[in-house]
Write a protein that binds this ligand. Structure first.
Ligand SMILES: [Zn+2]
Length: 374
């Protein structure tokens, strides 16, 4: 036995000889290493240039309620073939302007969406409201900015984490390349410039734009680091964006399970007839059901397996969500969601879940304050 081990060690040593003390590994492109000598995976790619007609997104607005129309994207990851049209964006009809909710994946998308809406009512878009920082939801901003001088409402993270082309000390620098800018064909992404948010809010805010009462609700760290949904109380409509999806599995790569559950409960605490998810086609009262179930099962199953002592490396084998196996993107995204939730749920605290039921029965936050005084 010992001699077999000795032979194995000698063989292993012989195989390793070429690598021991070898300092002559040649780096072909030193510019592809970062300061610590690691290979840079996400490097800048040459901008796509070229001619030809604009990509045709073939957009058809669907009326969701009296004043709300939406464009429903494919239940896919962003690809060249869908040109980033894999999320939902909406238009709200005000008295004298359209209000855009999430501006889509590109300048050309926004331009073509507006052309369709103009046929319904010839009004400008003066306000654009953005749900979160993922680039399938806001790269149309610069169309509305350039054409109408629109005011963009959104998370401050867009201004902190992204930048467009800059002119510094007499030199021009290109803008940041998001996944859309890298992935899409030039005739879909050209003209797209990262446009900053003009107006940010610290907390949930109520306002009226062109006769439409709105509540812009901050749910914070949920699907991304800072998520917001839009509630139209008179229309009984929720524009939920990515804290709710249906027909496909969500990507929780930037999100947290507890935040997601709280966000969905904040939506459920409001009175609504229609809900437009960030991805998915169901907009009736059952629109949020899949998300409610997905995150409840994810949390409970991962917590139960942790209790049993299952380690992180094995959690995706032990926890599956077969209830969702026929939904789009299940096989691509669900294991990642399970794996990611493990780390988060190790610190799970029941008190992090917000109870919105009190708020609902009392009819809003003001009454709740009164209750606390009483
Ligand atoms: Zn998203």
């Amino acid at each position: 036995m010992k001699s077999l081990l000795a032979i194995l060690i000698i063989v292993a040593f012989a195989a390793a000889i070429p690598f021991i003390g070898n300092k002559s590994i040649k780096v072909e492109h030193p510019s592809h290493l970062d300061a610590d000598g690691n290979f840079i995976v996400h490097e800048w790619v040459k901008p796509h240039t070229g001619g030809g007609p604009d990509w045709n997104y073939n957009l058809k607005p669907v009326q969701v309620s009296e004043r709300v129309w939406c464009f429903f994207g494919a239940l896919e990851m962003p690809t060249k073939d869908n040109a980033g049209y894999m999320s939902n964006s909406c238009y709200i009809k005000g008295d004298d302007q359209w209000i855009a909710w999430d501006s889509g994946p590109s300048y050309i998308f926004a331009k073509q969406a507006y052309a369709e809406m103009k046929k319904i009512a010839d009004m400008p878009v003066k306000t654009v409201i953005i749900s979160h920082e993922h680039d399938d939801h806001w790269l149309g901003n610069n169309f509305y900015k350039e054409v109408f001088g629109a005011t963009i409402y959104g998370t401050p993270l867009i201004n902190e984490d992204y930048y467009g082309p800059r002119h510094v000390d007499g030199k021009d620098y290109p803008g940041m390349q998001t996944r859309m800018i890298k992935a899409l064909y030039q005739n879909a992404i050209r003209g797209t410039v990262l446009a900053k948010v003009d107006k940010t809010f610290e907390e949930t805010s109520k306002f009226t734009i062109s006769g439409v009462n709105m509540e812009y609700v901050r749910v914070g760290y949920a699907h991304s680091e800072d998520d917001w949904f839009l509630y139209l109380p008179d229309d009984k409509v929720v524009l939920a964006a990515d804290v709710v999806m249906n027909g496909r599995v969500t990507s929780n790569r930037d999100g947290i399970v507890v935040g997601q559950i709280n966000a969905i409960n904040a939506i459920r605490a409001r009175e609504w007839e229609h809900l437009v998810p960030g991805h998915g086609f169901i907009t009736d009262k059952s629109a949020a059901d899949e998300s409610v179930q997905y995150f409840a099962l994810l949390k409970d199953r991962v917590l139960a397996k942790m209790e049993e002592g299952v380690v992180a490396d094995l959690i995706t084998k032990e926890v599956t969500l077969p209830e969702f196996k026929d939904k789009d993107l299940y096989w691509i995204l669900s294991p990642g969601n399970v794996f990611r939730s493990y780390e988060e749920l190790e610190m799970f605290d029941e008190d992090d879940l917000i109870d919105y039921s009190a708020e609902k029965s009392d009819g809003g936050g003001d009454d709740q304050e009164k209750d606390e005084e009483a």
